[in-house]
Design a protein around this ligand. Structure first.
Ligand code: ATP
Length: 204
């Protein structure tokens, strides 16, 4: 269970979202919606423990959290296989045999990651989630650069492998992933422009 209770998060010291609360049970996902700049990235980073919350609590086992950002997080000088082995070694897991098909990487195993196309790099970056074995995933626009086929592949892995094995995912996305998950609009949680800051800050 992931339990988020009245979390207020900030960027540059200025609150962007106030008092966000939700629960996500094992095997479930939650899709975060909201316009550009509302604070989806800031909230995900805060929930994942990459930056402190101004207030509130996140109840989840710290060693089960993982955050995947807009960036692919790949090692460009290593091959596709070496990239996944790198992450597997760090987390002490084997690379699952199923990963190559799940992320359509079988034909790219020997390619140097830096030579991949944007969508291929994205698939490799997402495949990392399949080897680290973390239960609670915070995914920030995971489908950027993916074509329709790859979006479906990723949604299938998420639903049939990660969630089906009791994982949790909180996903910020502007597209319809086609997964069975409730949506939460963050717009009502937007912090007041002058919340926690001097009046001038609202005009910077
Ligand atoms: N380093 C920073 N310092 C101060 N403010 C920032 C910083 N980075 C982002 N912001 C601001 O914080 C607010 C929230 O940004 P955030 O990236 O969390 O939004 P988002 O909902 O993820 O947007 P998008 O849908 O465009 O990715 C925005 O108004 C943004 O301009």
């Amino acid at each position: 269970m992931l339990r988020v209770k009245e979390v207020t998060c900030a960027r540059g010291g200025i609150p962007v979202l106030s008092d966000v609360s939700f629960d996500v049970a094992a095997g479930q996902a939650l899709v975060l919606r909201g316009p550009n700049g509302i604070g989806k990235t800031t909230l995900l980073r805060t929930l994942a423990g990459l930056q402190p919350a101004l207030s509130g609590h996140v109840d989840a086992p710290e060693d089960e959290l993982a955050y995947a950002s807009h960036a692919d997080g790949i090692k460009t000088a290593l091959s596709v296989t070496e990239n996944l082995q790198f992450w597997a070694d760090i987390y002490g897991n084997p690379v699952p045999d199923t990963i190559w098909e799940a992320f359509d990487l079988a034909d790219l195993r020997m390619r140097i990651a830096g030579t991949l196309s944007a969508g291929q790099k994205r698939r490799l970056g997402l495949a990392r989630l399949g080897v680290i074995g973390r239960k609670v995933l915070f995914l920030d626009e995971p489908t950027v650069s993916l074509d329709g086929f790859s979006v479906k592949l990723f949604a299938k892995w998420l639903q049939d492998t990660h969630l089906a094995s009791g994982g949790i995912a909180v996903i910020a996305t502007h597209i319809d992933l086609g997964i069975d998950a409730p949506e939460m609009d963050l717009t009502p949680f937007q912090a007041a422009p002058d919340a926690g800051g001097a009046a001038d800050e609202a005009f910077l």
